[in-house]
Design a protein around this ligand. Structure first.
Ligand SMILES: *[C@@H]1O[C@H](CO)[C@@H](O)[C@H](O)[C@H]1NC(C)=O
Ligand SMILES: *[C@@H]1O[C@H](CO)[C@@H](O)[C@H](O)[C@H]1NC(C)=O
Length: 360
């Protein structure tokens, strides 16, 4: 009896499993199908996000692909910009801001006589001077200088002899934000030669509307513990955060606006360029490293491709201007004194910037 029942049970089980098998197989296939669809769909969305969000800046060595645009649409940024623009007294495509010491009239004159002349009406060039610590005579002289040239910005509340350049840059950006309707700003120095002609052309061609931070970056600069750049307050990291050297860097209007409108929150460190790197570090920014910015504290030499050429004075500046006017090239004699690098954004900052010959 029991063996008969067992046999029946076994055969029933066999029959059942035979009829269930196709069903189970079917379910398995269905699950596989759903999973495949999900994966494909997921890949499709990331791909389309990627191609929508990533902008290419071609032509700059090492900067094939830059970064994702993130949350805010460019249209919103442009819209806001357009609404605020009407109320501003000045308008320019590119603003060039040059913090300078009150006494450096000879440097200002050299710039006026040289590369300032490369600019057309779409470029606004301004020296920025702190007036607070100056006596009446010195102030009067500067006011006269401005009557003659009309290219000075006075910061009446800033003490220029104090040496807080980062704080000065914050005030400079506040002035900019309040007074100029512009697309890009170049912060540079009074000992830098700027190829205004070429910069303007490239900015127009590239047409990056927002989040642009363009310069020569460092990711592993040791913190200065002595000398004129001595930094007492830096504690964020063993090195500075990635920043673009202050000999010249460019920001799009939205980033300048961010700096200006948050100035009261931003900690000024000793160096303004180090500070700018830190101030922009948490933002979704398009960092474009460009060896054509010879903007370090020590010059790499002179190469015709340079857009920014730091540490040039007097006769050197005049010679370069003459060269540009006569030949379209920058350097009376091309020379490369130091090795350069392409910033590698795919490795930790400590490995970002290996210098090598063969790069300008
Ligand atoms: C400006 O700073 C210098 C150096 O710290 C100081 O001696 C001077 O009193 C300051 N002047 C004003 C007007 O704050
Ligand atoms: C730079 O040099 C370091 C140390 O030699 C190395 O670990 C790193 O991979 C190099 N980085 C690149 C991008 O070659």
């Amino acid at each position: 009896m029991s063996t008969e029942a067992d046999a029946t049970a076994v055969s029933m089980c066999r029959r059942l499993s035979r009829s269930l098998m196709p069903l189970l197989l079917g379910m398995l296939l269905f699950v596989l199908y759903i999973a495949t669809q999900a994966v494909l769909k997921c890949q499709a969305t990331t791909e389309s996000r990627g191609s929508l969000g990533i902008r290419k800046l071609s032509g700059i060595p090492g900067n094939g692909v830059i970064r994702n645009l993130g949350g805010i649409s460019e249209n919103e940024v442009i819209q806001e910009h357009a609404e605020n623009a009407a109320s501003k007294p000045l308008k320019a495509f590119l603003v060039i801001l040059i913090p300078t010491g009150p006494k450096y009239v000879w440097r200002r004159n050299t710039l006026r006589e040289t590369w300032f002349k490369l600019a057309d009406d779409n470029v606004l060039q301004r020296f920025v001077i702190g007036m607070k610590s100056l006596d009446k005579d010195a102030q009067e002289q500067l006011i006269q200088e401005n009557k003659e040239h009309g290219d000075l910005v006075f910061l009446w509340d800033f003490n220029d002899s104090y040496g807080g350049l980062a704080a000065k840059v914050l005030l400079t950006f506040k002035w900019l934000d309040e007074n100029v309707d512009f697309k890009y700003v170049l912060k540079t120095d009074d000992d830098t030669f700027v190829r205004t002609d070429r910069l303007q052309k490239e900015l127009k061609e590239r047409n990056v509307q927002s989040k642009l931070f363009w310069g020569f970056f460092s990711g592993k600069s040791p913190v200065y513990r002595e000398g004129i750049y001595e930094e007492k307050d830096w504690f964020l990291c063993d090195t500075y955060l990635p920043y673009a050297f202050g000999g010249g860097y460019i920001l799009s209007t939205d980033l300048a606006h961010f700096i200006a409108s948050n100035a009261h929150w931003l900690k000024p460190y000793k160096s303004e360029d180090v500070s700018m790197g830190a101030w922009l570090s948490p933002l979704d920014v398009l960092r474009v490293h460009d060896p054509r910015f010879n903007s370090e504290h020590e010059s790499r030499g002179c190469m015709d491709e340079y857009l920014i050429n730091h540490k040039v004075y007097d006769e050197g500046m005049k010679a370069q201007y003459k060269q540009v006017i006569e030949t379209g090239r920058l350097c009376p004699k091309e020379v490369l004194k130091r090795r350069s690098y392409i910033y590698n954004w795919d490795v930790p900052p400590s490995q970002c910037c290996n210098r090598t010959w063969g790069i300008i």
